[in-house]
Design a protein around this ligand. Structure first.
Ligand code: IFM
Length: 425
């Protein structure tokens, strides 16, 4: 196979989010975890017993403690050790998030120590030659925000703007790449359509209001970050993209449904905020093969019929070439793209090296097609707390022993390093 070279200065690294790795948080998710851990453990069999690895995950998935984020990876205290690992693995970029509930635990009360913590995080990255990508909202909210109605309440827009402004003034000189929001459609879909995430609403109408508010919040954050930043400041939110492909490739209704999902599930908030994105953060995980059905599909007339030849521990249909497709689709917007997440739940680490290689090859293919891609951040640096699934899904380049908090570098992390060192695939 031909060797594909990446441009000099291409960014390579990994991503995390505060709630999933830090430990010791107090936000709307920690409240929800306490209230829902028993329920999640009870319904685990119904949800996951079809998975091949059910016997291995079962003890954890049926244990309520699995659903409490607790001390997570204790990354809040061990970030230097973790960044030493990232540097040793050749990373020159890292995405992390700043936890709003730490910075502003009560409305209008800002915690200087918390901001100092993130200043130290950013400096620790820079000292190791790693470019920080700072997310400002990765799904968690301070409890007081949830109490006032979260993202359904327009007041949250000005509250978020004030938080962003505070962070931008404090850290604007130290960060070039800002990500105001992570995956707004996933948040709205899981929290307000499927009812799987807090606040467990099932209403398209309310989901739509949340999405609109988030789009608006992004635009306000964009202005604030540029006003407080420098000529180097770059602002772009992160969007998750699925590869939707028709089950019957020539059947018009399957094609139409796949294109509708592209738009409503993935593209809409991006299109509505394009003028306020200096770059696009693109996340890609799996394929959904779409079939029109008159009734009873996963989304009404839309059903998902994946071939599932290669599945992750979570049952996601892995399809590396889908990354090339979504990159080409998003490339049409005409902004530079960073792949800000791409990864696999793979506890045995049997598939991760191939996953990384095949996806990076697909990304290189999109670059050959003319798409302007500037970096790749793998999800994730560490095993972490996978939201309503808890701790059993293992996404890390680095394995965490949750008893001892020992870090163990997986073989796939070294295989990824080879690609990084060569800057080629
Ligand atoms: O863990 C999540 C992350 O928080 C958002 N994007 C998808 C990842 C894997 O599910």
């Amino acid at each position: 196979m031909a060797v594909l070279k990446f441009p000099d200065g291409f960014l390579w690294g990994a991503a995390t989010s505060a709630h999933q790795v830090e430990g010791g948080n107090r936000n709307d998710w920690t409240e929800w975890e306490k209230a829902n851990a028993e329920r999640l453990a009870k319904k685990a069999a119904a949800e996951f017993s079809h998975l091949k690895n059910w016997p291995e995950i079962r003890p954890q998935a049926e244990n309520p403690a699995n659903y409490i984020s607790g001390r997570a990876c204790d990354h809040y205290n061990r970030f230097r050790e973790d960044f030493d690992i990232a540097r040793g693995l050749g990373h020159n970029a890292h995405r992390f998030s700043i936890e709003w509930s730490r910075i502003e635990p009560e409305k209008g009360t800002f915690d200087e120590q918390a901001i100092e913590h993130y200043r130290q995080v950013i400096r620790a990255l820079r000292e190791r030659g790693i470019e920080p990508f700072a997310s400002l909202w990765h799904w968690t909210n301070p409890v007081w925000i949830a109490q006032q109605g979260g993202w359904e309440n327009e007041k949250t827009l000005s509250d978020f703007e004030r938080f962003v402004s505070f962070v931008a003034k404090a850290l604007g000189a130290e960060v070039n790449f800002w990500i105001p929001l992570n995956e707004p459609t996933v948040f709205a879909g899981h929290g307000y359509v499927l009812g799987a995430f807090p606040p467990q609403v099932k209403s398209y109408w309310r989901a739509n209001r949340v999405l609109k508010n988030l789009e608006n919040a992004h635009q306000r954050a964009y202005r604030v970050l540029h006003a407080a930043g420098s000529a180097e400041t770059r602002v772009g939110s992160v969007f998750n993209f699925h590869f939707h492909t028709p089950h019957r490739p020539k059947f018009p209704l399957d094609i139409l449904m796949a294109r509708l999902l592209d738009y409503f599930r993935d593209l809409r908030p991006l299109r509505r905020t394009t003028d306020f994105q200096d770059f696009i953060g693109l996340n890609y995980y799996f394929r959904d093969t779409i079939r029109f059905v008159p009734w009873g599909g996963r989304f009404g007339p839309i059903d998902v019929r994946n071939p599932n030849q290669w599945v992750s521990d979570m049952g996601w249909d892995i399809y590396p070439d889908g990354l090339r497709h979504v990159l080409r689709m998003v490339g049409e917007v005409g902004k530079p793209i960073y792949v800000t997440e791409n990864g696999i739940a793979d506890a045995s680490d049997q598939s991760r090296s191939r996953f990384i290689r095949d996806h990076i090859r697909a990304m290189a293919g999109a670059m050959q097609d003319g798409v302007d891609i500037r970096g790749y951040l793998h999800w994730s640096l560490l095993d972490n707390f996978e939201w309503d699934k808890g701790f059993w899904p293992r996404f890390g380049l680095v394995e965490i022993d949750y008893q001892t908090l020992e870090r163990k570098i997986r073989q796939s992390a070294w295989d990824y390093k080879k690609i990084i060192d060569q800057n080629a695939i």
